[in-house]
Design a protein around this ligand. Structure first.
Ligand code: NAD
Length: 255
């Protein structure tokens, strides 16, 4: 293992157009459960059933979706060592930024440049007139007893600015992620089961374009066979360890 981490650190230190590619697993150490955690919010509210099409037509689905958001918003979540390590690797010039499937906003909070493939739960938007609100404003209305809050301007249906099942990733966002992937020299995947399409294709595109692909995840993924290195371990401590090695290699002071 130490040899592998040393080798990965050398690839990261030598990268100039690296990209981080993250999923829910990088945020579990911040207290936000991934899809698989037993008892997690997603086991009570399956977002795969709360599709966009059903959200548009069913008040019951919208109420459940808002309950799910309230559970996720009920605690303050802060970036952890993994988010911070990716930000530092960007500051050191090894990564361009992070492509994330997460909707929690923690990479931005840590200071990374981010492509949010699945949008953000920190902004709420009207589906009719495109008015937007910070999530806290809508949270107050939900706490005050509204179960299916409507747009205060036009009365339209409002929704978190996330890409739900049944919705497409905006073309300009996907183009940006593709461009970063096919021009990358390193793709550092962290905390993703790599099963959600089209996001899971991005490390493959990077590999085909000649990038080294490194996967840091608790458990194996279907993409492991094409990776140059796989580390089955916790995201935060592993990234901190790699960062320390990279800083030593390039002679940078600890960030
Ligand atoms: P996923 O839940 O399918 O997979 C997460 C992976 O991370 C799992 O393989 C798990 O073993 C691993 N993992 C969990 N904690 C880890 C840790 N501390 N260190 C290392 N590995 C860890 O998540 P996904 O691949 O991102 O796909 C699920 C979808 O769910 C995405 O579209 C995402 O938008 C959404 N989602 C987002 C959040 C969030 O914003 N924080 C949370 C849950 C789900």
């Amino acid at each position: 293992m130490p040899d592998t981490l040393d080798e990965i650190a050398q690839w990261i230190a030598g990268a100039r157009r690296g990209v981080g590619f993250t999923g829910a697993g990088i945020s579990t150490e911040s207290g936000i459960p991934d899809f698989r955690s037993p008892g997690g919010v997603w086991t009570r509210h399956d977002p795969r059933k709360l599709t966009f099409q059903r959200y548009l037509v069913s008040e019951e689905v919208r109420k459940e979706a808002w309950q799910m958001r309230m559970e996720l918003w009920s605690r303050e979540h802060a970036p952890n060592a993994g988010h911070r390590a990716l930000t530092r690797l960007e500051q050191l010039g090894c990564l361009r930024g992070v492509i994330t499937q997460n909707i929690d906003g923690l990479h931005q909070q840590a200071g990374s440049t981010v492509v949010e493939l699945h949008g953000t739960m920190r902004t709420i938007a009207c589906l009719s007139c495109s008015a937007t609100w910070p999530h806290r404003e809508v949270m107050k209305r939900l706490e005050a007893g509204e179960e299916d809050p409507r747009c205060t301007s036009c009365g339209g249906i409002i929704k978190a600015a996330t890409v739900s099942f049944g919705q497409s990733i905006p073309t300009h966002v996907l183009d940006h992620a593709h461009e970063w992937s096919v021009s990358s020299d390193l793709c550092l995947v962290v905390g993703s089961s790599l099963v959600v399409y089209p996001a899971c294709d991005l490390p493959l595109l990077a590999k085909r374009a000649g990038a080294k692909v490194v996967i840091v995840n608790r458990e194996p993924t279907p993409v492991d066979s094409i990776a140059d290195a796989v580390v089955n371990a916790e995201a935060g401590p592993t990234l901190q360890d790699l960062l320390g090695r990279v800083e030593a290699l390039i002679g940078a002071p600890p960030g």
